[in-house]
Design a protein around this ligand. Structure first.
Ligand SMILES: Cc1cc2nc3c(=O)[nH]c(=O)nc-3n(C[C@H](O)[C@H](O)[C@H](O)COP(=O)(O)OP(=O)(O)OC[C@H]3O[C@@H](n4cnc5c(N)ncnc54)[C@H](O)[C@@H]3O)c2cc1C
Length: 495
């Protein structure tokens, strides 16, 4: 029997496994649905390359989910918007297939996070920024105040940005926006408005997620085992006490016993696993024939960053050879991302993404079946809030003005001036940052699933440690914060 069974060797799971197995007497077993490798030299090159996101239609490394991003709005030109979500299904999880953007969330996010957990001292700005420092080895600012230079994860800003990003940055500077050289600067010296190069967990062209950075270096520990191609289908309980899991591996079912189960399966699968295990809305669970273990609002609230893609023509500039997003512009709750390369076949078509980072709209995840192979139903409800639409329209108008100022750039006329709602629907996408399906919250918070230490309320021996637990929308991309979260839970695991 193991002490801690970790479900999912993803961004959070790899870091947590490495930290919890530091104590030789604590036996940790990690199970991952996708492939795992025991040496970084065995990891396929397309997984390691920072300039490739291996998520295309043929990719064997991802989960895929249909999602309804938005229902048609009041404007007659708008329509339902459906999309496919992807999530990493391999050692390192989504962090092994992502864009390498590694930016800390901001102090206001943690003031709200801490308040959501009854003023918890674990998640206040003062508590979390030192924890980001523990993770990073910042190759540009490691010696500067508020930074780390000996953590496992390398962080670097591009020294050779692609022309598309450079031209956009020049337009932002000409429009009066200040440059922010360090988007991970400590909160007291970080401007909220401005543009700057994106810190990335990339070293020598290699994307360094928590698989290579945290888990593989310690994979030889005798008290740590990691097994791939094992999909956990249900948590087993005796009364309200977790005693292990059921799984399927290469078509065969089995069980694993554990003293404690820590679910690190990501915001979609962690919620789906809790629901299949009987933690959720009792009425809906019974409708699906799932015995109820504990009532909880699993999946009833999630958030994600909607993104509107604004395309323009600009001939004669080279495609980027680094990460997809090398510069960003922050303006209020909007993040503008000039992509370093286009997404289509035409090399002269470029895209700028306009993302709303603190949307009001809340999405919903529900099981449609107790069958573990049936994907859950995801409804983002993007654009359902008038203030979200207003903020996105303003962000798109700003992006369009900046693009129009780039010499040689040709924007379609519909993007200038007043942006219609129907344009938002036509070019709506998602940033793939779904979070909050198993929210952290105070004991009297009816939306909360886990407590401040990520323990699932109403049962014993189960925690969720991944992006599922974020109780607020984060003002920046989530990857760095997922690592900080796992590190902070590990710091306080035995306490
Ligand atoms: C394509 C893409 C690009 C992105 N780009 C960026 C970016 O550049 N910057 C940024 O900040 N964020 C980015 N994100 C978001 C970020 O990568 C994720 O939010 C973050 O990695 C989530 O970490 P996690 O630990 O919550 O889950 P994950 O890293 O997804 O880990 C979950 C793991 O659990 C495994 N698992 C799931 N269910 C089971 C089961 N039942 N049994 C066993 N194992 C299971 C999965 O296979 C996976 O390995 C991106 C996301 C995607 C999908």
């Amino acid at each position: 029997m193991v002490d801690t069974l970790i479900v999912g060797a993803g961004t959070a799971g790899c870091l947590l496994a490495a930290r919890l197995s530091e104590r030789p007497e604590h036996r940790v077993h990690v199970v991952e649905a996708g492939p795992v490798w025991s040496d970084v030299r065995a990891v396929p090159s397309e997984v390691l390359r920072a300039d490739v996101m291996p998520i295309g239609p043929e990719s064997p490394w991802v989960w895929r989910y249909p999602a309804r991003l938005a229902d048609a709005g009041p404007d007659s030109g708008s329509r339902d918007v459906d999309a496919e979500l992807v999530r990493g299904r391999l050692l390192g999880g989504s962090g092994a297939v992502n864009g390498g953007y590694f930016v800390r969330a901001i102090a206001e996010d943690f003031a709200a996070w801490s308040a959501a957990v009854g003023g918890s001292a674990l998640w206040s700005p003062d508590a979390v920024f030192p924890v980001y420092r523990q993770i990073e080895r910042d190759l540009d600012f490691g010696a500067a105040p508020g930074h780390g230079d000996d953590g496992p994860v390398p962080v670097r800003r591009t020294s050779n940005p692609a022309p598309a990003g450079l031209e956009f940055a020049a337009a932002a500077a000409a429009a009066g926006f200040p440059e922010i050289p360090d988007l991970n600067a400590p909160p007291e010296s970080l401007p909220r408005i401005g543009f700057g190069p994106v810190p990335c967990n990339v070293e020598d062209g290699v994307l360094v997620g928590t698989g290579p950075a945290c888990l593989l270096p310690v994979a030889g520990r005798p008290n740590l085992t990691v097994a791939g191609a094992i999909t956990v289908t249900r948590i087993r309980f005796r009364g309200d006490r977790a005693v292990g899991v059921e799984f399927v591996a290469r078509g065969r079912a089995g069980v694993l016993d554990a003293d404690r189960v820590v679910v690190c399966a990501g915001a979609v699968e962690s919620a789906a696993l809790l629901l299949r295990s009987g933690i959720g809305d009792p009425t809906r669970l019974r409708e699906l024939g799932i015995p109820v273990v504990a009532p909880a609002p699993v999946g009833e609230w999630f958030t994600d960053h909607p993104e509107i893609g604004v395309e323009y023509r600009r001939a004669g500039i080279a495609r980027g050879t680094g990460v997809p997003v090398e510069y960003v512009l922050h303006h209020d709750a909007i993040e503008i991302r000039p992509y370093a390369f286009g997404f289509g076949a035409d090399p002269d078509t470029h895209r700028v993404g306009v993302a709303l980072m603190r949307p009001r709209a809340a999405g919903r995840l529900r099981l449609v079946s107790a069958d573990p192979t049936a994907p859950p139903r995801l409804e983002h409800r993007y654009l359902s809030s008038a203030s979200d639409r207003d903020a996105l329209r303003a962000g798109v108008a700003l992006a369009a003005d900046l693009i129009a100022a780039i010499p040689g750039a040709r924007l379609s006329p519909g993007w200038r001036g007043r942006v219609e709602d129907r344009a938002l629907y036509a070019d709506l996408a998602t940033s793939q940052h779904l979070s909050g399906t198993c929210r952290m919250g105070a004991a009297d918070d009816e939306r909360a699933v886990v407590d401040e230490r990520c323990r699932v309320r109403g049962v014993r021996g189960v925690s969720v440690v991944d992006l599922s637990v974020a109780p607020v929308a984060l003002s920046r991309g989530p990857q760095a914060t997922v690592m900080m979260l796992a590190q902070q839970v590990a710091n306080h695991f035995a306490a």
